[in-house]
Design a protein around this ligand. Sequence first.
Ligand code: ZN
Length: 64
Amino acid sequence: MTIKLRCEDYGFECDFVLEGEKNVSILEQLRKHFEDEHGIDYTTEAVTQMIMNRGHSLESIRKE
Ligand SMILES: [Zn+2]
């Protein structure tokens, strides 16, 4: 199952979009984007929570 994550959905004026398999890898890519592009060093847990708040289930994205 794939997921589409849009940076603007997380409060930034930014057209960055990530699309791919719903797993920790894409979560890490989003976390890295926040850090590299917006200078905000979220924890993986915080990013997980943000994605869950957008209606995605934890089962499909949590760490192994
Ligand atoms: Zn962004």
